[in-house]
Write a new protein. Sequence first.
Length: 281
Amino acid sequence: MNYYAGEDLFLIEYAMSPGERQFDNAAISCISGERRVSSSLHERELSRYSRQILLFGEVGQQRLKDATVFIAGAGGLGCPVALYLAAAGIGEIRIADRDEVELTNLNRQILHREQDISRKKTDSALEKLLDLNSEISIRAFGVEICEQNALELVGDADLIIDALDTFEARYLLNRIAVQGGIPLIHGAIRGFEGQATTIIPGKTPCFRCIFPHPPPPEICPVIGVTAGIIGSIQANEAVKYLLGMDGLLAGRLLIWNGACTEMETIPVERDPACPDCGSRR
Ligand SMILES: [Zn+2]
């Protein structure tokens, strides 16, 4: 995924009158250098995404269409992330989760319904996401993410979303992201509280720099709106990254406290001795 300055995007779009829109794809080639330009947006897509095309133009929408995002987890965070990325028109969403839907999931995992209990979460997610947007590609993997399959699952994704609930899997995903140079958007929730950060390998601290030690295992208390808020922030980061916008949570950890309705960001720093991204790895 190539970066390009957000300002360029807006300058090009705002400089165009509606009658000049046929030059949009030429603009994509100009901005993205060697990046492949896929088929142009068709009429139905222009209509579906018209309210966001007002924000970032057909060039930006094409960027989202060309993108592949891997979502690790179809639970509390994965559900809102996948919903908003599907709605936004991400060209390919890959989602992996080994679990089946349980009654205790339904307070927060908003893709799943009572009739989905005992089904694979990925089957349920695939169905709901295609109901929302049948014009994108969704690939669902009902497997546990592990050392043996993680690289293959992530594949050539432009972006990885950490919507997991164990530190062991998070460390694995972090290593895949760092080694592959693929940005990773982390989110986690507990109770009324949540956190998110965007990890750009080689530029920002990695997940292990920020969280070198796993917390003790527990059955995590959580209210569904916390998952919705943090998952929405992760989806927002994903869209911004894919559009090449500034203002990412890169090098910053966002902390949400829903109990007192406060949100803050704190700077985070690389650990030179980090086993995953440090100089001694
Ligand atoms: Zn690190």
